[in-house]
Structures are given as structure tokens and as C-alpha cells.
Design a protein around this ligand. Sequence first.
Ligand code: NAP
Length: 389
Amino acid sequence: MRVSTASSRPGENRMYELEVQSLAGKGLRRSVSIWQVPYSQLNACLQRLGQTGGRLLRITPASAATAPEAGQAAVPAAAPTPSPAPMTNHAKAHADVPVNLYKPKDPFVATVLGNYSLLGEGAIGRVNHISFDLSGGNLHYVEGQSIGVIPDGEDAKGKPHKLRLYSIASTRHGDNLEASTVSLCVRQLEYKNEAGEQIYGVCSSFLCDIEPGAQVKLTGPVGKEMLLPPDEDANVIMLATGTGIAPMRAYLRRMFDQGERAKNPEYQFQGKAWLFMGSPTTANLLYEEDLNGYLEQYPENFRYTKAISREQQNPSGGRMYIQDRVTEHADEIFSLIANPKTHVYICGLRGMEPGIDEAMTAAASKCGENWTELRQALKKAERWHVETY
Ligand code: NAP
């Protein structure tokens, strides 16, 4: 089955063309037919298909964006069956991804270029964007990888601190587009221990407090789980909570930042990128200015859905979490996943995963599919990417 919504944007009054294999006639022969369905009826149509036992072979935006003639949007007697068919094996395509260029015993010593808060007034906690100069070494990376930081100082046993991994928030070209920097998005960890004392994270405090010009030991890069597919027409669904947006920020810059696009003639993104972002307050939303710029410039390609937990409520009156947004859009996400060119990236709190699975289980069951099996197949096809803590 092939599903593509690349040039459309939900909410528009666009027509979709569905190619459907249905069971027809007395002997229930399989026949293939084409249906024109307006976007507003697409979900209802897909749901009804789920009850009738056929197969959806393809969805594409119809070339003519005109309303259907009477009867044209009739409900096909078929069920959507998302296929986990693998796209090109992108692990192979990324065989040359750099890993472990610098190890803890011999780290790269980088110089801090900048360190600023990403938060608005009244936000909770501290989240900073910190950039390092990598020039003079061989530390390079691609989008979706992580970097190790060894904070200065010693632990309680008098031993040097161990490294902590952080998702890289910049593209391979770095924020200055000169391929000589790396940036991180770091929240200062803070919590109360059992004795009620306020504890601050060693490395996250070290990084949030660091001054430009300071020298920091870096290792890596590591990780191949969160790599972007090379296809310019892939669809990329991103689910992030808090600083889990770091890799997504890199993907979105690669896709939509003008300087980045000029650097990547082989990657002029034309697919659909859909970011779901979970944040406690509006003031805690990260990289908003950039994201709003992409929305303005690429309304056909970028979509941004927020779950602001302490300002919005879910339908049960609880905090609005990212999984509630996934539930709202589950059928649409499920249809997108049916496209073998769609990848899903999940980064941030592990707690969001059960809710996402629940929403997808419900969407899958409407189509007679088993989500657990489908998710495993998506994982195997390297289209379901998860990095949660
Ligand atoms: P945060 O700003 O504290 O929280 C982000 C949002 O997630 C808030 O709206 C929060 O809601 C919500 N949330 C809390 N529990 C949730 C749950 N069970 N399901 C869904 N949403 C939930 O986030 P943060 O401190 O930046 O933390 C992000 C997490 O991602 C950290 O654990 C960090 O270590 C991890 N992380 C992982 C990677 C990686 O794996 N590569 C990279 C970066 C960050 P409320 O607080 O209002 O309840």
C-alpha cells in the first residue's frame, strides 16, 4: 500500500484520490476502484473502510482541488491496511556515520562559543542552548547523534566525573554553517532527594553555568537510532517533550533553514514534517521563533502541534500531554505511517510512550491491525525511532 499526502495540508479543502481494492459481487471478487474524497471526509471514510474488509492501495492528493460531483465521495468498501514495508535500508545508507571519534580517555577539548537561555519570562527551570567550537580537531557528526560531555571536577569518591550524553541540537554544519561547531539544548536537572534537600544535576549545572571561552571535554559522537532518512520526500513525524526537541531542532533546520538548504543541494526537503511538542508552559516552549518562521515559509511541509501541559487540559480534565495530541490525531498519523516513506521520531520522557502506544492501538484496531506487531515491523524497517530517558 502506498499513501502520500506530501503536497497537502490537513485542514485545507483538498481532494484526495483513494485507490481501493474491494470485495464485490456475489462471488466477492476483488476489484480495484478509484475514489475522490475531500479531506474533511477522509477520516470517516477510512474508518468506514475498516468495517468492510477491503484494502486501501494508495492515497494521493487529487490533482484537481475541486469539490466532488454528487456521489463521487461515496464510501469505498475497503479497509486501510498500513504496510510496514521497509523503505531503503537507511542503516546501510548511513554506514559512514561517524562514531566514537573521541573517547573518554582522550576527549576533544572544545571551547564554549555561547550559552544562552531558551526560555521566556515566567518559565519553569533553566534550559540553555550551548555551542562549542570544534575547530582544530576531527569531531564531526550528523543530525540525530549525541555527544558526551565530561564535566570538570570529581565525584564523591574523588574520581573524575563520568561523561553524560546529550542529543545534538545542531545540524552537521553547526549553527554558524561552517561545520566547526556543535550545539546542545540542556535543562538543568533539579529535584529534591529523600531528605528533602534540593539537588542540582552535576553536568547539566556545569553546562548551564558555563561561560564563553571555557574549555570542555567532549566525546563521541554516538548513536545511529535517530538518523534522518536521506530521502527528500520522506514524511517525518516528531514527538518531543522538553529538551527532547534537540534532535528535532537539527532535523528541522536541515529541512527548512535557508542557509542549511543552500549547504545541502542533495537534500531539498519536500516531504511533510509534523512536530508534536510537549511543554509545561508557553514560556517553556523551545526554539519557537525558528519554528514559527518555518511555518510561515513552508506551510505545505511543516506542521506544529503543541501540548502545553499546565495551560491546556486533555478531554478528561487532566494535563494536556503529547499522547493526548497523538490520540486526537491518531487516525491521521496512522494513515501517514501507512506510507513507507514515513518515519516517526520520539525523544524525551519515557513516560509518553505508553500513551502513544494506546492511541496508535486504537487507530490500528479500527483498521483491523495489531499495533504491537505493526510497531515491531516499523522498528525493523527502521521507521520507528525512539530515544527516551
Ligand atoms: P519538561 O520540560 O520537564 O517536560 C516536558 C513536558 O512533558 C511537560 O509538559 C511535562 O508535563 C510533560 N510530561 C511529564 N510527564 C509526562 C508523561 N508521562 N508523558 C508525557 N508528557 C509528560 O522536560 P525536560 O526536563 O526537558 O525533560 C525531557 C526529558 O527528555 C528528560 O528526561 C531528558 O533526560 C530527556 N531527554 C532525552 C533525550 C534523549 O533521549 N536523547 C534528549 C533530550 C532530553 P508536566 O511537567 O506539566 O507534568
